[in-house]
Design a protein around this ligand. Structure first.
Ligand SMILES: Cc1cc2nc3c(=O)[nH]c(=O)nc-3n(C[C@H](O)[C@H](O)[C@H](O)COP(=O)(O)O)c2cc1C
Length: 371
């Protein structure tokens, strides 16, 4: 099911499990780990079109790509159709394989400056933006959106018409409105309504993707079945759990052994160091990933406290190794018999508050997500 290839414009994806662009999360290191465990497509974190046009130094750094990343997408948002289209032109020339326009980000600063979810209230601007971007790239062009700005203003069909009618190759619908936080379950019938509409109005083949609450094989399979999507986009479900991609591809629940867990966590640190170097800022960036990795183990709390203080990658490695030694090699993550190591669906990250929802965690919003 998820391991069937998927044709996205000129691009052939090896499967149907996509890793969402996640501000502050989907850097080179995390993307490589997810791709190794089966993600069919990964994206750079959302970029602001103005920052792209100004060739902002921080933004250009975020465009880094590892040679092992054979297929890589990128996402941008912005206020004017011209600004987003110029960013698309630049990102196309930079060599990205597919470009997504963010029309769903709920962060106040982004919406206030006309990007992300602000589009949902302005159908003409959606249409003009997609049209102008289409004119700038022959590569697969997509849009990620929500169901509407609020429950009262749910206008997914209009949104879809403007996106698909102007030549997008793929649409991803996150089944919540801008006003919903994660306590509201994803609305699968409304995603279905949007995706059905996309297929009806499309003049060419359109790839339809469902997003929201994909946390394991069951929820991914339900997303596909109930929305008729061609693929799923995984977001929070991948935080600290890149094994979710293998789970979706194989249909088998993944409960990595301590040994497998440590291998991936240490490899993530290696990739992180290769990309960001060994320094305090780089080490601090790894904290949130490592904290997410510790979910599903007994005594994880104690480790999390220590991880919150690391200042070098070497310290992070030592803590991971020390923790791995504290449990038997064949101990499996998410052991239901173990108090304090509940199933993946109970991970605290799934109850993220609205701050983290927007990629605005303790470290603040990704620098170039702000105009
Ligand atoms: C930390 C974090 C950062 C995010 N950054 C982005 C982003 O840069 N671009 C985007 O389109 N969505 C972003 N999102 C939203 C997710 O892609 C996704 O639409 C949302 O979390 C719903 O999916 P889920 O319920 O499976 O997590 C972010 C979400 C989180 C938790």
């Amino acid at each position: 099911m998820f391991n069937q290839p998927l044709q996205l414009g000129t691009l052939t994806l090896p499967g149907r499990v996509l890793l969402a662009p996640l501000a502050g999360v989907t850097d080179v290191a995390f993307r490589r780990i997810c791709a190794e465990l089966g993600a069919s497509l990964t994206y750079v974190e959302m970029l602001n079109s103005t920052a792209v046009s100004c060739r902002n130094k921080q933004t250009l750094k975020m465009l880094a790509r590892d040679p092992t990343e054979k297929i890589l997408g990128v996402q941008a948002t912005g206020r004017t159709p011209e600004s987003v289209a110029n960013a698309v032109e630049f990102l196309d020339a930079h060599g990205f394989d597919t470009i997504d326009i963010n029309m769903g980000c709920p962060v106040r600063k982004i919406v206030g400056s006309g990007g992300g979810s602000a589009f949902l209230k302005d159908i003409k601007r959606i249409a003009e933006t997609v049209k102008q971007c289409r004119a700038k790239t022959a590569k697969p062009l997509s849009v990620k959106c929500r169901l509407g700005f609020s429950r009262e203003e749910m206008n997914i069909e209009e949104i879809v018409d403007a996106i698909v009618g102007n030549g997008a190759d793929m649409i991803t619908i996150h089944g919540r409105t801008r006003a919903c936080d994660y306590s509201v379950p994803v609305d699968l019938p409304m995603i279905r309504r949007g995706l059905d509409r996309a297929r009806t109005v499309a003049k060419k083949r359109i790839v339809c993707v469902g997003n929201g609450d994909v946390m394991d094989f069951e929820s991914a399979e339900k997303m596909m079945r109930e929305t008729g999507s061609d693929a799923v986009m995984v977001s929070r479900g991948a935080l600290g759990n890149p094994w979710i991609f293998r789970e979706l591809l194989t249909g088998e629940r993944q409960r990595p052994t301590m040994e497998e867990w440590a291998d991936v966590a240490l490899r993530h640190l290696d990739y992180h160091e290769q990309c960001h170097g060994e320094n305090i800022h780089s080490a601090r960036q790894t904290r949130k990933h490592l904290i997410w990795y510790t979910c599903g183990f007994p005594r994880g709390n104690r480790l999390r406290e220590k991880l919150n203080t690391i200042e070098t990658i070497a310290q992070a490695r030592e803590l991971v190794r020390e923790f791995a030694r504290s449990l038997p090699k064949n101990y499996r993550r998410y052991d239901e018999n173990e108090p304090g190591a509940k199933g993946a669906a109970h991970d605290p990250k799934h109850d993220m508050d609205r701050q983290l929802d927007r990629g605005v965690g303790a470290e603040g919003i990704a620098p170039d997500a702000v105009e």
